[in-house]
Every structure is written in C-alpha cells, then in structure tokens.
Design a protein around this ligand. Structure first.
Ligand code: WQD
Length: 325
C-alpha cells in the first residue's frame, strides 16, 4: 500500500513526502512541475501530470493502481489570493476542476483515505480573532472560495461510498524542515521580507492602525514541518475513523504581529530592518488565530515549533537558496 501525494514537488508537499519517505511509507508524487521541482521529492517516483487535463482522472487512476495506492494527500493547487481575484474562472478550473478529476480517480481506483489541503482563507475576515472549525466560513476571495468548494465536495463524496477524508485548514505556513526545501516563492510575509532584504529593500508593513497591541496585523504562524506532520497524523487517524469526514484547523493557537516577525528576522539575520508603513491591504483582518483544540484532541497534534524556529529555519533556507549557506 502506498500514499499518492499531489503537489509533492511543491513547498509543503516536499515536506510531506520527505516525512513519508523517512518513515518508510511507499509514496508516489504527482505534480505538474509548474512551481514544484523534481529534485525536491526525496527519491520518490514522480509522475508529471496536469490534474486539469481532460484525461487526468484516467491517468491518475492508472498511476494509483500501478503503485497500489490506498491514500491520497492532495496539495496540488494554486494559492495566490491576488491572482485568484484577477483570474477567478481559472482558479476554479485549477483548484475545483483539479479536485473533481482527483475524486473521479479515487472512485475508479478504490482509494479509501484522503487528506485535503484547505486554508484559513475559508474564514475570510471573521468577526472574532480566534476561530474554531464551527465558525461559519465566509471566504472573501476566489482562492478561499475554491478551497471551501473543495471541502464541500469532499464532505458530499464521503457521505456515500467508502472514502474517509480530512480537510486541513492551514494558517500562516512558513519556515523549512530542511534548508533545501525552503519556500522558493516570495508570496508570504517571511519570504517577502527576506527577498526584499536580499535586494536591499526595506520591509513593507500593510497598516499600522489595526486594533492590535502594536497596530500591525496578527497571524498564527505554523512551521511547515509541524504542518507536514499534521498530514501524517490525519492519514493515520483516517485508518480508524468512523465519521467519514472532518475539518481541522492547523495552527498553533499563538500569534505574532507583523512587527514581531520582522524583529525575529532581524535577530536571526543580524541585520537592522527599518519597516516602511503603507496603507492596509484590502481584506486583511486585524487578527486571525486558530483555535487548535480539535486537532489536538482528535489527532493528538500540536504545533511544537516556535516563531523563532520558523524564522531561523526560513533564514537558513534563504541562505541556502541564494548560495550562501
Ligand atoms: C501575513 C501578515 C499582512 C506581506 C495568506 C492567504 C491565506 C494563506 C496564507 C494560503 C498580514 C502582512 C504581508 C508584506 C505585510 N494562504 N504583510 N507586508 O494574508 O495572512 O494569508 O497566506 O493558503 O489564504 O490570504 O498571509 O503572509 O500575506 O500576510 O505587512 O510584505 O503580514 O498584511 O498581516 P495572509 P501573508
């Protein structure tokens, strides 16, 4: 029996794949290599496949049968909020259409367990800072909407048939479990600040008048290695789960402001950073923090690594990427 990881050559997927390989679980990676890279799959077999392709469901079912797959971790998706606003139908095709094909393959190949990469973006801008899974999801951009639709599809599919599934709502993922597996794209706060530092540019802070202690936005930062471990915990849980479908926040329940993150980057890099304050970014809530009670109780998982470890590992990965480690 083996685990198929879609998006396994990407930033988060590569961490999941490495953990599976390390624990001796046979794994096969499916990735279109649009942002992923072949050298990130820790020696696992890799099948290059675009999941939105007309024949993707057949191909995927063939791959699953050939590798005796009984579980899928589905991470392959587009994840840029701004891009999703500009290209909504393309985002639906990528994230929802891709998942439709994967679920067709699940059916054809008789796969029993499924872990879905969802996002805290499904919550949108809730009226409270700390959210548990019972908070009504109200995404405020097409990216978040595609993730919520994905959750609904899984819920519906698990109501009939034998599939058992878990959706993991990631909060703010950062850091690296291994320097060579750092996030190669500068799309989120930590990587953006490091990228700007590299180019001699000051960090930009979106808004300093939020209702937070230092006026900057507060988020729940989770180490990518902790997040990867949550996927394995979910997979193990689904072996015995009778409920069929569940949603879990993956966050630490602790929080950091933008200025606190920048301060940690200063500390690990030994460089002085002078933030440039600009207007708030549209749609940014003041605070968004996970209530991680459910995942702690049901999967016995908690985010073990601190903001300091997150930022230190991101810094190490950054230096590796720019060739200075
Ligand atoms: C974090 C904080 C910014 C950049 C996004 C998606 C979400 C999920 C995670 C995928 C905020 C501030 C940022 C900068 C800044 N993605 N910031 N200057 O917006 O919390 O969540 O990524 O699933 O769906 O929405 O993450 O890293 O963009 O921002 O001040 O240059 O840093 O305003 O407070 P965000 P982020």
């Amino acid at each position: 029996m083996s685990v198929l990881v879609t998006g396994g050559a990407g930033y988060i997927g590569a961490h999941v794949v490495r953990l599976l390989v390390e624990r001796g679980t046979p794994v096969v990676v499916v990735d279109d290599l649009s942002t992923g890279a072949r050298d990130r799959v820790s020696g696992a077999p890799l099948e290059a496949l675009d999941l939105t392709d007309a024949r993707a469901a057949d191909r995927l079912a063939d791959i699953a049968r050939a590798h005796d797959v009984d579980a899928i971790i589905h991470l392959a998706a587009k994840k840029q909020v701004g891009e999703s606003v500009m290209r909504p139908s393309w985002y639906y095709r990528q994230n929802v259409g891709g998942l439709v094909n994967v679920l067709d393959a699940v059916d054809r190949a008789g796969i029993e367990r499924f872990v879905f990469s969802s996002s805290a973006a499904v919550y949108g801008a809730p009226d409270r800072a700390i959210v548990d899974e019972t908070v009504d999801p109200r995404p405020i951009n097409p990216y978040g909407e595609t993730k919520l639709v994905g959750e609904w599809m899984l819920r519906d599919v698990t109501r009939v048939g034998d599939l058992r599934a878990a959706s993991l709502r990631y909060f703010n993922v950062a850091g690296a479990g291994w320097p060579e597996l750092g996030d190669p794209q500068a799309l989120n706060l930590v990587t953006i600040v490091l990228d700007r530092m590299e180019r001699g540019e000051r960090p930009v802070v979106f808004g300093r008048d939020f209702d937070t202690p230092d006026g900057t936005g507060i988020r729940d930062y989770v180490h990518v290695l902790d997040l990867a471990e949550a996927h394995l915990a979910a997979l193990d849980h689904l072996r015995h789960d009778r409920a069929g479908y569940a949603v879990f926040n993956v966050g630490t329940g602790t929080s950091a402001s933008v200025l606190e993150v920048i301060r940690e980057i200063e500390r690990v890099s030994g460089r002085r950073l002078e933030a440039e304050f600009v207007e708030r970014r549209e749609g940014d809530p003041a605070s968004l923090i996970a209530d991680p009670t459910r995942i702690r109780t049901e999967l016995d998982w908690h985010g073990r690594r601190s903001l300091r470890e997150i930022v230190a590992s991101a810094w190490e990965a950054h230096r590796h990427r720019v060739g200075r480690a």
